[in-house]
Structure formats: C-alpha cells, structure tokens
Design a protein around this ligand. Sequence first.
Ligand code: C2E
Ligand code: CA
Ligand code: CA
Length: 602
Amino acid sequence: MSSKANRKRRCEIRPPGMELEPQTGHDAGTRPAAFRILVITDQVRQFEKIERLCRQWPTIDARLTWESDAKEAASIIAQRRYDVALVDDCGTINAVDVLQRSTGEGSPSIVVFAEHDSARGEIVLEAGATDWVTAPELSPQLLERVIHYAFDRERVLNLLRSSQERARHRASHDALTGLPNRATFLDRIEAVLARSRVEPSYHFCVLVVDLDRFKVINESLGHQNGDRLIVEAARRLKRALSSLDTLARLGGDEFGVLMDSAHDLRAAEGMAAALQAQCSDPFLVDTHSLHVSTSIGISFVESSAVNPEEVLLNADTAMYGAKSRGGSCYTVFGEEMRSQAMRLFDLETELRLAVENEEFEVFYQPIYDVASGDLNGAEALVRWRHPRHGVVSPAEFIPLAEETGLIVEIGQQVLHQACRQAAQWNLERRNGPPLSISVNISPVQFHKGVVMRDVLAALASSGLSPHALRIEITESLLMQEISAAVRVLRELGARGIAVDLDDFGTGYSSLSYLADLPVSRLKIDRAFVSAITEGSGRAKIAQAIISLAHSLDLEVTAEGVENEEQLAVLQVLGCQHVQGFLFSRPVPAEDFSALWRSRACA
Ligand code: C2E
Ligand code: CA
Ligand code: CA
C-alpha cells in the first residue's frame, strides 16, 4: 500500500465546494467499497491530517470531501449523501450548531474535539452525533474504528426503519392488492374534510364499488380465482382515477374511491360511469371468461359537518341501493336511503326467522300448451308471508337470501312444498296429461352442492314422479361453473328430471354450450316477449331464439305473455308453451286447484 497510485486510489479527495453527485445510500447489509466521508472543517491542516490517517487504512478506501461552510455542511448532512460526516469542533465551526441545523436525521456524524471534554461530548450526542473523539488521540486505527462503528450503527438503524416502515405499510394497506385499506381510506377522507372546512368551495366525493355476485364466483371458482379477480378489478378501477384520487380496498369485493376534487355531482357520476366502463370487458380468470358488473354508491360531500365514517356509510348505503335495483348501476346517496338501509338490515334478521318459522308460501303460475290449449304445467314461485308486511315478492328477498346463503333452506322448503302439491294435483286427475311442476334453482344451491340431495329428498317424501318435475336454471350458472353444473344437470336428466334454461337471452354466455347441455327447454325472457308487439329489434331476437331452439331440438316457453297479440305472434313463430298475466298471475295453491280442475286455456 505504499505505491503512490495505490494511495491515490485509496483516498480520493474533493476540495471545499466540490460536492459529490447526489446519490442514494449503500444497500443496507453490505459494506461499501469505499467510505464516502464528509470532512467539515475550516482548517486545512486538520483536513490534511484526516486525509493522511485515512490513507493508512489497511483494508478500506475513503472518498473524502471537504466542506468548510457550516451552514452548507448541515444541509449536506441532512441530505444523507455521505456514509459518515466528521465534524471538526476545534476551529471556528460549532459542531452543535451544525448538528442542530441538520435536523438530526442525516448522515451519522462524528465530532472531533480539540481536547477531551465529556460534558460537551454529552451535548453533541444529545444534538444527534453518533460519536465523538479528540484530535490528539486520532490514529488510523481509531478513526477507522469509529467510522465503522458509525456506519454499522446507521445500517442497523436503517434496517429497523425499513422494517418499521414495512410494518406500517402492512397495517395501512391491503395485502392482496397493495391498496390502502379501510382505516387509511378513512384517514384520507378526514384529510379532505379538513381541507373543505377551511376552503368552503372545495367539494369531494366518495364512491363505494362492489362487484356483483362476487360471492357466487368466489364459491364456484375457488378463493384463489376469487383473489385473482379482485386483483384484476383493482388494477382496472385504478385506471379510471387521476393521480390525486385514492382507490382503497374496503374488504371482500368492496372498493372505495376518494375523488379528490369533484366540483359537482356530474363529475361524481362521470367517475362512476368510468369505473363501470373499466369492468365492462370480460375478466379472464384461469380459463374462465367472467362478466362482472359493479354496483356503485356515490356520496357527494358538500358539507364539512360530517365525519369520515358517515361519508363512507352514506356511499355504502347508496351502493346497497344500487344492489337492490338489481346491480350493474350506480345510485347517489339521499337521506331517504338511510331508512331503506335500515329496512334491509332488518330484512336479513327477519329472513333468518322466516326460514325457521317456515313463512314461505309457494304460488303457482299456469303454463299452457299452445297447440292444444291444455294447462299442463305450473311454475312454482315463492312468496314470503311476512307477519307485518304481508306478501313480500321474491325480487325483494332472493338476492339477499343468495348473499347470505339462506337460499339453500328456502330452496329446500320450496322444493318440498311444490313437489307435495304437484303430487296431490296429479292424484286428483289421473286421466289426461300429468301436470309438471317447474321449480327455480339458484346458482348458489348448485355451488353448495345440495341440489341432487334436496331434489331427491323432495321427490321421495312427496312421491312425485321425477318426470313431473322440471328444474329452471339461469344462464349465469353456466357462465360461472360449467363442468360441475353440467355434471349435476346430467344426473338430473338421467333420473328423468327435465331442465329448462330460464331468462334466456339476458345473459352474456356463449351459445356454443347449448348443443351439449342436458337442457330440454328455453324460456324466452319477458323483455323479448313484450318487445314483440313494440316492433323493436328485440322482436327479431325473440324470433331468432325460437328458431335457434328448434334447430337444436329444444322446446320454447314464452314467459310474460300479456296480450292476445303477443300470443298470436308466438303461435305463428312456433313457440310451444306460454305463461303470463294474459292467462293468470301466480296464485296460491287453492286458486290454482280451481284452474287445474277447469283444465282449459284462457
Ligand atoms: P322468473 O323465474 O323469471 O319468474 C317469472 C317472473 O315473472 C315471476 O315473478 C312472475 O310473477 C313474473 N311474471 C309472469 N308472467 C308475467 C307477466 O305476464 N307480466 C309480468 N310483468 N310479469 C310476469 P316473481 O314471482 O316476482 O319472481 C321473480 C323472480 O324471483 C323469478 O323470476 C325467479 O328468478 C325468482 N324466484 C321466484 N321464486 C323462486 C324460488 O323458489 N327460488 C329461486 N331461486 N328463485 C325464485
Ligand atoms: Ca323461472
Ligand atoms: Ca324467467
């Protein structure tokens, strides 16, 4: 280490004012190839002494930079550009002043005193120094030791800081998507509320976005795929936001959007539309192509006299409003919604009680054969006889029952009642074609794997022939879990139970599966039937559905037939079965008995 070139390499020197390029620190955990040392002194001799000592280090290089201005030195320390700062307290520079100015957060600093002074040592340590030494005792070894110590200490502190940082991040962010979590979201709402208190013209809005039917997807495709969907949804939703807005995951399939600057409601609605548009393309998860719509609630905040929880609750309430309209839409929070939300909450509690107390009653809507005019079928449609509200329609409670899983018990009760009733009607009329009873089965019942069990139990206890039972399923079931659903459908078919595809034409699924499915009838959705007389494009769809069905050897039932004109067109198109208000609304069992006895078409 005595060659001149070697020495030069070992100690690189920069004169005062020649600062290092800004750079980040070394990686935590590795020793540097050369220590970057800032020497703060106003005395040339002192700098030269330190330089000389560093050159004698046996193993490590040093890159020295000299700074003689105390103020400048403090700001460089604060920027953490050096591994260590040596602050010379011997001349006119006041080490305490430098340390205090550098805010104590910068590079580790070692103070050099002219002589031993433990009282002043305490003071500089207090001011943020890592260590202190005296000039007379300085040797290459001592200098190297204190610098190593300062460097290692800083490294440990950095590790600690970053692990604390990570822990803080973990506590404030969602692990799956990396988005801020609910608590952080509430903090951000609090921050913008604070701003709106001092700046009355400032408005913002909060949106809650919920994926429709996520529960069904999660249960049918598995949680791992559910997670993938969430991550992809987060990625897409983020694209609708500006850099000032916040997207958070509030839990499950629920996201929050804080729109930092929303001048009016129109801007908020624009955001809702943009969020929905992001989700309009199918999601590719595993091998499945999923259509996922969103329900969005908007809380437009004009008054600062609310708290963050209220703002979020309002958006959440509005989101439930969107859900109760069938999803795939957005609603804006209004005060009247709160009472509605309370009702929904009560509804869940009451629905549980209703299951226990068997408050469900099956109504029957007749299905007629178009060619013969015979009444030969009935669709079982559940009603809830609420002790206070009277008859509640399934549209009001089936979505909630699916969400909560209560649909399994409700479906069981419907199957038992309907099969028992149909068996009795068929006993009453032994001659003529038997009555077949159509029962709606929710996708949730399929995903819970209870369909076969419940169907067989209902048939066994009622004595109804399997040939008199028809199961109605919707396209959404097939979109989500085709293989498992098809297995069950085949098993039902093998036992003589027919399967009808309900609400046909409203889903998005591909038609290719139709040919392979054990389905024997399509039910054209009411929307297309009503379009027949309106002469719109949908009338053509009704026609196309009927010819498609016939080419696949499937029968067709038109539901929602409300007038003679529709019936006449359906007849011409070759539709085999009809049901609708033209003939009868769904009626209680005893009213249906009267119809059944009269046998004739209306
Ligand atoms: P859906 O299976 O499509 O049932 C047909 C709906 O159309 C029934 O509504 C029926 O009353 C109505 N409807 C029939 N003809 C006409 C008509 O001419 N005009 C009009 N405007 N409507 C007509 P409902 O009974 O309110 O049932 C609504 C939905 O609730 C059903 O739609 C079905 O998806 C579900 N649902 C009903 N009962 C059950 C059940 O036991 N289990 C399950 N999972 N879902 C059920
Ligand atoms: Ca149906
Ligand atoms: Ca239907």
